[in-house]
Design a protein around this ligand. Structure first.
Ligand SMILES: [Zn+2]
Length: 551
């Protein structure tokens, strides 16, 4: 492991960070505030580099996990599920880490610079489209010295322009409507029909998108569109000109302390090729990441509450996280939100430290818990996979919204534009201004009219099983929709067609997990099952072949 990631170093950084408690005392003297911001920044940027180096190593190891049948052998159909359940890292974060590692494989110079900590992850992402072949060396040099803003602007020019969709800074927010019980029932029914069409495991915003798409496709567009402000707060303007001026004026913040680069820890070839050791290596890296993350969370909260980014000459918090920390603003904001909650819920922090709940589970619990309910939620989290905990809490949240007469879907901002458009079309069709609840009800009714008969005709023999399991794969930790009903005790071994002998599985884990012997399930469905994941039993050709023909 690189020296900069030794426990003694983290310990020293943590001890320095602990000297500054939260909340910071009120300080009227601007010079003192400036000084405090610089001290916090100096620590934070060091911790961010250590954490970033660990992320690079985790990304590479996750990418190794996608090779061949490795993930199925651990009992997972994709690295997102594995990362969430085993490492406590969000699935979307894991995909991003793995995707970057894969792209860096074709860019050896850029990869070396990222591994050495000389180019941040954000800067690497900005030059990815350009840093290929003969051009690579030039872009790696630019990435070493340039700002992310400058790199993005430069990468936009010429062939192989930057893929704007590659950004993960997209903002999310709630889309809301006030609904009567009848309107709510209609919307819920349409969302359930959409779930059957779009996929049982899809998020609610995708279902709402399907409803609105269908409505917009079948109705005249609105004459006047007030914009999505009615539904969500307006998106803040990104201040590119100001950012450029600030970076020039400060000579890229040359007055700030510039710590040494931190190299990513290395997994040996043996660690990478042996599946059990790869799994163990990833768990080890994730534990290390958690320890760095704890110090990171505290410092990031301090810096933000001290108005650090502005005091240090950045245009916004996003500007600071991108240029100074080399990180996406959303992940830093999420971390700060959790840190605030952890001060309210010391029991949750204890549970995280004791390894009772992972970061991802803690994030779910923090959103829901108060002092009174936190222990029960921690106990529940210890018993179920993270994905189940998320679904349970979402159901509870929906029930509460329903009781308050509210319909709410958490969605990326771009969806709010589509929803506003569909609401406008509904008002035009009504010939008058109608409330959001009625707009939603009309959109839902239209969707049901078109799709309900289609869904009802689509019966399958195993529909009863899939409906019992809510259309979801029941392998613990799997986030996919179910494709098949599986006989727990094979029919050839005397297993019956009774629902208690059948369980819903996604195709990936059914074929590559269960029938290959990496996942074992026994007992009675749905509640009396026992699962063994990643048992790596030696595969017996004959049995797997015979079983493969069964459902
Ligand atoms: Zn599955």
């Amino acid at each position: 492991m690189s020296e900069a990631l030794e426990p003694s170093r983290l310990h020293a950084l943590g001890a320095a960070a602990a000297l500054m408690p939260w909340p910071l005392p009120r300080e009227p003297d601007e010079a003192v505030c400036q000084q405090a911001a610089r001290v916090i920044d100096a620590l934070l940027v060091r911790v961010a580099r250590g954490r970033g180096a660990i992320d690079v190593a985790i990304g590479e190891a996750l990418d190794e996990l996608t090779v061949g049948d490795r993930k199925s052998r651990l009992g997972y159909s994709n690295i997102g599920d594995y990362a969430r359940e085993v490492l406590g890292i969000a699935a979307s974060t894991a995909y991003k880490m793995g995707r970057l590692a894969r792209k860096l494989r074709e860019r050896p110079l850029l990869r070396a610079a990222v591994r050495a900590g000389e180019v941040s992850i954000r800067a690497a992402e900005a030059v990815l489209p350009k840093a290929l072949g003969e051009e690579e060396a030039k872009w790696v040099e630019l990435a070493r010295i340039g700002t992310v803003r400058g790199l993005k602007a430069a990468a936009k020019k010429g062939p192989g322009a930057l893929d704007e969709n590659a950004t993960d800074d997209e903002k999310w927010g709630p889309i809301r409507a006030r609904v009567s019980p009848e309107q709510r029932a209609l919307a819920d029914e349409a969302m359930e029909v959409a779930r059957k069409l779009v996929g049982a495991a899809e998020s609610r915003w995708k279902l709402l998108e399907a409803l609105c798409d269908e409505y917009v496709g079948g109705h005249a567009p609105p004459d006047f569109l007030g914009g999505p402000d009615e539904l969500v707060a307006a998106r803040r303007e990104e201040l590119d000109g100001l950012k450029e001026w600030l970076e020039q004026e400060s000579e890229q913040w040359a007055f700030l302390d510039e710590p040494d680069a931190v190299a990513a820890p290395v997994l040996s070839d043996d660690d990478v090729t042996d599946i059990a050791r790869l799994d163990e290596g990833l768990r080890r890296l994730a534990k290390l990441r958690e320890r760095w993350d704890e110090v990171f969370g505290h410092l990031a909260l301090l810096l933000r509450s001290a108005d650090g980014p502005r005091r240090l000459g950045f245009a916004s918090f996003q500007h600071y996280t991108t240029e100074r920390l080399g990180m996406a603003v959303r992940s830093v904001e999420q971390r700060i939100a959790l840190e605030r909650d952890l001060y309210e819920l010391p029991k949750l922090r204890e549970a995280m430290r004791a390894g009772r709940v992972s970061y991802e589970k803690a994030r779910l619990i923090a959103r829901e818990a108060d002092q009174g309910s936190v222990e029960a939620l921690i106990q529940r989290a210890e018993k179920v996979p993270c994905i189940d905990l998320r679904r349970e809490l979402e159901d509870k949240e929906q029930a509460q919204l329903c009781a308050r007469g509210e319909f709410e879907v958490w969605a990326p901002y771009r969806i709010s534009g589509l929803v506003a458009f569909a609401f406008g079309a509904a008002r035009k069709a009504a010939g008058r201004w109608i409330r959001t609840g009625e707009c939603l009800a009309r959109i839902a009714a239209h969707f049901l009219e078109v799709w309900k008969p289609v869904v009802e005709r689509r019966g399958t023999p195993s529909r009863r099983i899939l409906e019992r399991d809510r259309g979801l794969c029941r392998v613990p930790g799997c986030s996919r929709a179910a494709d098949h009903a599986h006989h727990i005790r094979f029919r050839s071994a005397g297993g019956s067609d009774d629902p208690s002998n059948q369980i819903s599985l996604c195709a990936a884990l059914h074929l590559h997990g269960v029938h290959m012997g990496w996942i074992r399930v026994t007992g009675t469905a749905p509640d009396g099952l026992s699962w063994e994941l990643g048992i790596a039993a030696p595969r017996r050709e004959g049995r797997a072949m015979a079983a493969g023909r069964e459902g």
